[in-house]
Ligand binder design. Structure first.
Ligand code: GA4
Length: 327
């Protein structure tokens, strides 16, 4: 299988086209969660970009650095060892192939259920030296990041002036929440094949995603005018994006952001992402409290289970919500 190359059209703020990743977009909302105006700014960021960065997030730095070093250790194992944790079904170790329908990228990864009690032992056995240590490092990280996601979702409910303030966050806190956790490694790619896709463009199907990466470039988001911009890396902060389900629950008011990762020619990129999803049986529909009088849902009714099934039949870049739009 081949890995797609593409003509990159990154815009910097002066709208110059360029063919490298040196221009960062400076317009990404940075939200200080310790400030009282954060709820208003969060709502604005979800409407404008479906993407923002949070600072003063309360997650101890060592949770991030410890997990990063575990990830680096895992990805430096011999290929044959890593493959014992694969193939992803959909959980487990994957290399270059993404999803079941032929998508590929310059990436290797480990996909885990975020309910770690049900992670197949195969995944942990890859951590030969000390699988239990890995389990605890991942557990600490996931619970801290899930709390962060819930804080953000509660602030969003406040900002939207809807009640109860846990309308969104309760879905992630539910014991049956179908959340996923992903560790990604993008190896540096050979100079000759620049502009290689690390992870092709897509939106996340879930409610909300929380990303942390090492200090490396590559993440890009698509703006409302469909131009791509590079996100300046920040290993001390989290990047959060709106998923398809949150777009539906807000009847399109919040935008699920298209994003992708461009492979880097020098530095390895390591990222960790928590995808907060609802329980499988949950009906995903606009919240009545957000609907203006006479406003109609833009989407056909579906459960998270149905949406997920349809997502796994799609290609990465497909407009998955398209099938569920009414108009
Ligand atoms: C995108 C968001 C998450 O990484 C993910 C991905 C999943 C996978 O890698 O197995 C999918 C992709 C993601 C959406 C469409 C389907 C499923 C690959 C793919 C082609 C774990 C998820 O939940 O959806």
């Amino acid at each position: 299988s081949t890995i797609k190359t593409f003509k990159q059209h990154t815009h910097n703020n002066n709208n110059n086209n360029n063919n490298n990743n040196n221009y960062y977009f400076s317009g990404i909302p940075v939200i200080d969660l310790s400030k009282p105006d954060s709820k208003t700014l969060l709502v604005k960021a979800c409407e404008e970009f479906g993407f923002f960065k949070v600072i003063n997030h309360g997650v101890p730095m060592e949770f991030m650095t410890k997990l990063e070093s575990e990830a680096v250790n895992f990805f430096s194992l011999p290929q044959s060892e890593k493959e014992k944790a694969g193939p992803p079904d959909p959980f487990g170790y994957g290399n270059k192939r993404i999803g079941p329908n032929g998508d590929v990228g310059w990436i290797e990864y480990l996909l885990l259920r975020s309910n770690l009690d049900s992670v197949s032992p195969r995944c942990f056995n890859a951590f030969k030296e000390n699988p239990e240590f890995f389990r605890s490092v991942v557990n600490n990280y996931i619970s801290a990041v899930r709390n962060l996601a819930c804080d953000v979702l509660e602030l969003l409910a406040d900002g939207l002036k809807i009640q109860p303030r846990n309308v969104f966050s309760k879905l992630l806190e539910d014991e049956e929440s179908d959340s996923v956790f992903r560790l990604n490694h993008y190896p540096p790619c050979p100079e000759l094949s620049r502009n290689l896709i690390g992870f092709g463009e897509h939106t996340d199907p879930q409610i909300i995603s929380v990303l942390r990466s090492n200090n490396s470039t590559g993440l890009q988001i698509s703006l409302k005018d469909e131009s791509w911009v590079s996100v300046p890396p920040d290993q001390n902060s989290f990047f959060i994006n709106v998923g398809d389900s949150l777009q539906v629950m807000t009847n399109g008011r919040f935008k699920s952001v298209r994003h992708r990762v461009i492979a880097n020619s020098v530095k390895s990129r390591v990222s960790m992402i928590y995808f907060g999803g609802p329980p499988l049986r949950e009906r995903i529909a606009p919240l009545p409290s957000l609907m203006a009088e006479g406003e109609e849902s833009l989407y056909k009714e579906f459960t998270w289970c149905e949406y997920k099934k349809s997502a796994y039949k799609s290609r990465l870049a497909d407009n998955r919500l398209g099938h569920f739009e009414k108009f």
